[in-house]
Design a protein around this ligand. Structure first.
Ligand code: FES
Length: 243
């Protein structure tokens, strides 16, 4: 196990209990430890046809150790069935170990500050909720602040953070550690594994990525920012086969 003193934890995130973590294996599945909650969630549209909420889908029995598919070929998703061996897929990690804020742009509003690192977009589209988050944050009024927080906290990939302008503290919710296989009927495909609640993700090389409340791990095998999702599942129309 990696040395805890080396971990980078995103501001506003509390790390999940140490025994819950995800190990990326070399050209293989995610090896999940500590039995975090595991289920499917479905991005449900609101009345205006935008991403409105995550509806509960199928629940899976979580175990102390499990292997989750990251090649996109398993017939038993979200679990690995060994298909990566037959497909000879290359799942080399390419993501940076730097904190996301180092690569983020900042948008100042009257009461809040939004930060955005677009390399971590998982295309869940909560940021474009009729009104776009980049505009919402610049508007005056509590309803705009609440909508900004909703969009940021719903973002699957965690590219967005929102800070209170006066205290400069991040506005965050405590989240239980969980892994959610996204289904996205509005665009007719399955999405990443959304990982919530400060779960540490350790690279195959033993180094840990920044620990964050919201992360999206690629499971279609096509991301160019592995192990994180970059939205490529939408263009390849990844189908996980979960009914
Ligand atoms: S699941 Fe989103 S890019 Fe692979």
């Amino acid at each position: 196990m990696a040395d805890q003193t080396k971990y980078i934890i995103q501001v506003g995130t509390t790390q999940a209990p140490e025994h819950i973590y995800i190990k990326v294996t070399q050209d293989g599945p995610y090896h999940v430890y500590g039995a975090p909650k595991l289920s499917q969630v479905i991005i449900e549209q609101n009345a205006s046809g935008n991403s409105g909420r995550y509806a509960q889908g199928q629940k899976f029995q979580s175990k102390e150790e499990m292997y989750l598919c990251r090649c996109g070929h398993s017939q038993h998703a979200p679990f690995c069935d060994g298909s990566h061996l037959k497909q000879q897929v290359h799942l080399t990690e390419t993501a940076s170990f730097e904190p996301l804020l180092n690569g983020s742009t900042e948008i100042d509003g009257p009461k809040q500050i939004l930060t955005d690192n677009e390399h971590y977009c998982a295309f869940s589209r909560f940021c474009d909720n009729g009104n776009q988050v980049w505009g919402e944050v610049t508007m005056h009024g509590e309803s705009h602040e609440k909508l900004t927080e909703f969009m940021v906290h719903s973002c699957a990939g965690g590219r967005l953070l929102v800070f209170d302008r006066e205290t400069m503290q991040p506005i965050e919710n405590d989240e239980e550690a969980g892994i959610y296989a996204i289904e996205d009927p509005a665009i007719g495909c399955s999405g990443p594994l959304m990982v919530r609640g400060g779960v540490r993700v350790e690279s195959a090389n033993g180094e840990s990525y920044e620990i964050r409340n919201r992360q999206a791990l690629c499971r279609c095998g096509q991301s160019s920012n592995k192990p994180f999702c970059d939205g490529s599942h939408a263009s390849v129309k990844y189908q996980d086969g979960i009914k």
